[in-house]
Design a protein around this ligand. Structure first.
Ligand SMILES: *Cc1c(COP(=O)(O)O)cnc(C)c1O
Length: 210
């Protein structure tokens, strides 16, 4: 079973509490692998190293990418315990550029940066600022939102424009967000963002919706 613990592209859709634990229990019982695609949700963004940790769940396999390259190089990874990965033997699976030394060095450095927990803590603390700021905007152009850590899907009143239009208005004001479907935008600031910058971005969103 391959799922995103929180669906990114769909608009930061967060499952009900107990869902991930339920998937773990079901897959264990049925003897099938639970693969968590943490390419967007992983590496500190939600306040935990992996989003599955929110329910203390350990999947059989985790997919990582995007932030793994530290914004510098494209790199992704498939992570699993030996018993699972060892079904592939040397020579059975190849990739021309997979595992290139520069990308591997950057990925290793990113993993080391996460060892202290500092970035996870930043995401959790600033995530509260993000949530409070968005809560203030509900009814003022924001219909609703979902957030965990430094990650939010924000449903804009469709009368104010599509997600794409709102994203472009924000871009002109210096705030980069990504539209998803309909009038939903996705906020995923770098984990290095300062509290001041985050508050500034929320003020810009308020202005753009006003
Ligand atoms: C970007 C993305 C992918 C694709 O990752 P690649 O490294 O381009 O293969 C897969 N799943 C999710 C959730 C993504 O956001």
């Amino acid at each position: 079973m391959l799922i995103e613990p929180i669906q990114g592209e769909a608009g930061v859709i967060i499952p009900d509490d107990g869902y991930l634990a339920g998937v773990r229990e079901l897959t264990r019982r049925k003897g099938c692998l639970f693969i968590a695609d943490e390419i967007q949700s992983g590496l500190g963004r939600t306040g935990d190293t992996l989003a599955v940790e929110h329910e203390s769940v350990v999947p059989d396999m985790v997919l990582l990418g995007k932030a793994l390259g530290g914004g510098i190089v494209p790199v992704s990874a498939v992570v699993a315990r030996r018993e699972v990965l060892a079904v592939l033997r040397p020579g059975e699976h190849g990739s021309t550029f997979g595992g290139n030394p520069l990308a591997a060095a950057v990925g290793t450095a990113v993993v080391e940066l996460l060892e202290t927990g500092e970035f996870q803590q930043r995401a959790a603390e600033l995530g509260a600022t993000l949530r409070d700021g968005l809560t203030e905007l509900v009814g003022k152009g924001v219909v609703g939102f979902r957030s965990r850590g430094l990650w939010a899907g924000v449903d804009i009143d469709p009368a104010l424009g599509t997600g794409r239009e709102v994203s472009e208005r924000l871009m002109r004001e210096g705030v980069l967000v990504k539209d998803t479907h309909g009038s939903t935008i996705r906020l995923a600031p770098p984990l290095t963002i300062t509290g001041e910058e985050l508050v500034g971005a929320l003020a810009t969103l308020e202005r753009v919706l006003g």
